[in-house]
Design a protein around this ligand. Structure first.
Ligand code: HPA
Ligand code: ZN
Length: 354
C-alpha cells in the first residue's frame, strides 16, 4: 500500500472569486490530452519526495524553485524539468505525483486525461520501469474511484536519445503494453526530427498502440509533415508552426487532425511572445481541430482551466468557442465511441444550461 503524501488539491488551488465565465470554464466537462505527469511535480511535493528519498536538490526553498522557472526556450525548461524528476524513485512517489495531478485536474472539470510519462528519464537513473508504471496505474485507479475521472497512459520516447534506446524502452514496457494507450515523442525538438523514430513508431503501431508526437513547437513545418507521413500520428502535440505552411494547414484541417495546444506553455517557452498574441482563435477560424491543455502545469503557471481562462481573457474567446475546444478534447481522445458520445451529451446539456 502506497503512502500518500499529498491528498487533495495542490497548494495553488486557492479559492478565487468566480466570474460567470470562470464558472463556465471550470464547469465545462473536458478532457486533457497533453500533460507530462513529471511536469505536474509541484515544488512542495518535490521537497517532500527529496526528503522521503534522501535526494539532494539544488534549491533552498519552494520560492527559490519557483524563481528558477524563467525559461528562454524549450531546452532551458527541459534542463530544470529533468533535474526535478530526480526526486521520483518508487511506485509510491509516482502514485503521489499522479494523485496530486488528478485531484487538481478534477477540480478544473477534467473528466478524462491521457497523460504522458517519460520512462527513460527514470530508467537512466536506475529506477525500474515497473516502479514508474505501477505507481502511475495505482494513481489512475484512485482517480477513477475518487472522482470518476478516467485516464490513459502515453509512453513518450525522449527524442534526444537514439532510436535504439527507444526500441529498448518499448521492449522493457512489454509487460505493461495492455495498460498503455499510445506512444509519444517529446524532449528537445530541434535537431531531432520525427523521421529518426519512424521504425520504432511502426513497431509500436504493430503492437496496437496509438501514436502521438510533439511537432512544430520549436521545430519547422517539415517536422509536422514528418509526424504525419512518417510516424502516422493519430494526434499532434502542439503544432503551432504548422501555421507557417498553408498546404500543411489544409492537410491538418482536411484530415481533422487533433492538435493539443498549450497556451501558457507557449508563453513560458517563448513560442509566442504573450498570450494576447496566441493564434488559438486563428486556428479555430482555419477549421483546425484544436484542444486546450496544460503541458507541464507545475512549471508553466497553470492547470487546464487556467489555460482556458488565459485564451478567454487574452484572445476574447466566447463560451461557444470554449465549448468547441472542450468538444474537440473528447472527439480527439482515444476513448471508445460510446464514451465520447456520453461525454458530448453531458457537455451539450451543460452548455445549454449555462
Ligand atoms: N516539449 C517537449 N518535450 C517536453 C515538453 C514540451 O513542452 N514537456 C515535457 N517534455
Ligand atoms: Zn508537451
Amino acid at each position: 500500500m502506497a503512502f500518500i503524501l499529498f491528498d487533495g488539491a495542490s497548494p495553488r488551488a486557492y479559492p478565487r472569486a468566480m466570474t460567470d465565465l470562470d464558472t463556465f470554464i471550470v464547469g465545462l466537462p473536458k478532457a486533457e490530452l497533453h500533460l507530462h505527469i513529471e511536469g505536474s511535480l509541484e515544488p512542495e511535493l518535490m521537497f517532500a519526495l527529496a526528503r522521503r528519498n534522501g535526494v539532494a536538490i539544488p534549491y533552498g526553498s519552494v520560492d527559490e524553485v519557483r524563481r528558477a522557472y524563467a525559461f528562454g526556450n524549450l531546452q532551458d525548461f527541459l534542463d530544470i524539468y529533468y533535474a526535478g524528476a530526480a526526486v521520483l524513485r518508487t511506485a509510491a512517489d509516482f502514485q503521489d505525483l499522479a494523485t496530486a495531478y488528478f485531484d487538481r485536474a478534477a477540480a478544473d472539470g477534467v473528466v478524462h486525461a491521457e497523460i504522458m510519462f517519460d520512462p527513460q528519464t527514470h530508467t537512466a537513473r536506475g529506477v525500474p520501469i515497473g516502479e514508474v508504471v505501477d505507481g502511475l496505474l495505482a494513481g489512475m485507479t484512485v482517480a477513477e474511484a475518487r472522482h470518476g475521472l478516467t485516464s490513459g497512459l502515453i509512453l513518450s520516447f525522449l527524442r534526444h536519445l537514439s532510436e535504439g534506446e527507444a526500441f529498448a524502452t518499448l521492449a522493457e514496457a512489454e509487460p505493461w503494453l495492455d495498460r498503455i494507450v499510445a506512444v509519444g515523442l517529446d524532449s528537445s525538438e530541434l535537431g531531432h526530427p520525427p523521421e529518426k523514430f519512424a521504425r520504432v513508431f511502426a513497431a509500436a503501431a504493430a503492437k496496437g498502440l496509438r501514436c502521438v508526437a510533439h511537432a512544430g513547437e520549436e521545430g519547422p513545418p517539415a517536422y509536422v509533415w514528418e509526424a504525419l507521413d512518417l510516424l502516422h500520428v493519430d494526434r499532434l502535440d502542439h503544432g503551432n508552426r504548422a501555421l507557417e505552411d498553408d498546404a500543411l494547414v489544409d492537410r491538418l484541417r482536411d484530415s481533422a487532425m487533433t492538435l493539443t495546444v498549450c497556451p501558457l506553455s507557449n508563453v513560458k517557452l517563448c513560442v509566442v511572445p504573450e498570450i494576447a498574441a496566441h493564434p488559438i482563435d486563428r486556428m479555430l477560424e482555419l477549421g483546425l481541430k484544436v484542444t486546450i491543455n496544460s503541458d507541464d502545469p507545475a512549471y508553466f503557471g497553470g492547470y487546464v482551466a487556467d489555460n482556458y481562462r488565459a485564451v478567454a481573457g487574452g484572445r476574447g474567446l466566447d463560451k461557444a468557442q470554449l465549448a468547441t475546444l472542450a468538444r474537440n478534447s473528447f472527439t480527439g481522445s482515444f476513448l471508445l465511441a460510446e464514451a465520447v458520445a456520453a461525454h458530448l451529451a453531458r457537455l451539450d446539456s451543460f452548455v445549454a444550461a449555462n
